[in-house]
Design a binder for this molecule. Sequence first.
Ligand code: AMP
Ligand code: ZN
Ligand code: FE
Ligand code: FE
Length: 294
Amino acid sequence: MNNGYVDLHCHSTASDGTLPPAEVVRLARDGGLAGIALTDHDTVGGIAEAAAEAQRLGLAFLTGIEISCEYPHPGTMHILGYGVDPNSATLRDLTTRLLEGRDNRNPKIINRLNELGVFITMEEVEQEAKAAPDSKKPIGRPHVAAVLLRKGYVSSIKQAFDKYLAPGGLAYFDKERLTMRQAMEMIRESGGMPVLAHPLQLRTQSDAELERVIKDLKDLGLIGIETIHSDHDAALVEKYTRLADRFGLLKTGGSDFHGSNKKDIRLGVANGRRIPFSYMESLLKRHQELRRAG
Ligand code: AMP
Ligand code: ZN
Ligand code: FE
Ligand code: FE
């Protein structure tokens, strides 16, 4: 039994974090963490590098991905897929579809910005994301925000979202998303375990509504809830922990580290709280059981 700490929710340069996958793992080691799961948006492109570094440094490692689903405004539903097999054909289909959704959206954002007299180009955004023009890297609003900041159109990433990129902003466009059923099915078919990320962001209006959502997800194969997250204060952690226990779901936790794209978040620390190794151990154990059950 390991009584250290882990981080089960973090992003690298494979999506919209600012540190390469191996550096995220090294930072975890330097911070004294015993294990890590990399959960980039819409891609497993960073997994091989992170897994190799974790093995080299002796950290427990779990594959992961974070997927946004269709969900009524103003909420957002993100599903984490732990233990997905990066080589699964379903996962390749999944990530291809998610990337197409982004490819359709990004030019709309940039055209609208140009119409507003904000002159940035797709090439600049790709450079910011360090993505080759036809690469499989998910380019998102944080990359656009970083270009807006660098060129002096805004004074912070937050302002870029508030003024232009967030819902209600001048250049907001949604991307095509999967339904929650599709996301759940594809994660499971990829050998993964679906977990509801940061339930606060669902912005449910009542406990009854939140419980309904969790029940629906559980019927689709949900195995856990992210109880510890940088957005959750102590009261919320307690509330989501009670819900997880009541629904027979595992508890997970992570910082949602993005490097300098989210300046106030430190790897391994979620709103002052650490994530016990036992949370990762439970996921690893469940993964083994599922694989044995075939
Ligand atoms: P996208 O994948 O392009 O839809 O962008 C989602 C990313 O943008 C997530 O990593 C969020 O953390 C980040 N994001 C969303 N809203 C904001 C905001 N208001 N301020 C800063 N980052 C945000
Ligand atoms: Zn992100
Ligand atoms: Fe998220
Ligand atoms: Fe995230």
